[in-house]
Design a protein around this ligand. Sequence first.
Ligand code: S3P
Length: 175
Amino acid sequence: MLEQLDAVVLIGPMGSGKSTVGHRIAQSLDWAFFDTDRWIEDSTGADIPWIFEKEGEAGFRRRETLALETAMNQSRCVVSTGGGIVERPENRDLLKASNACVVYLKAPATVLAGRVGSDPNRPMLQAGNPLEVLENLLARRAPWYLDCSDWALDTDGRSARELACEISQRLTGAV
Ligand code: S3P
């Protein structure tokens, strides 16, 4: 399966482990690693809270689409995305049309809230009670995560190492 793919893309909510798991998969496949949030910060020279403050969520989402387009132009690349990547229809179209394996990392809102709390580096969580925010975001985004992904994996109670191993093994046909 791996030989036919240009990319492995991880999608899912904040706190689902996309960056940690993605980095590990890239190491195990010996592929490049692309984190859309890090790319946005590096290309802007500013952190995400600053971008939200100066440009609003809309400005951040425009940059995020550019990040995803850039990522999808790479080959042999593991891509970790921000939780809101599925918000824009053009991003969803890009994910669905791509020659990538898109994996949805799932977790219940209560587990996500325990992992991320009210992290000041995540502007979406500053809008109120983190659990309620995460529940509302998940209610809207979960159908998009499912629609854009090839597999969904439960992350609750599982380490990043286990998840990365499972994904790498399924991609290389080892299981
Ligand atoms: C966001 C998730 C964040 C980051 C930004 C917006 C969201 O990424 O892209 O703060 O809208 O859910 P993580 O999912 O890596 O935390």
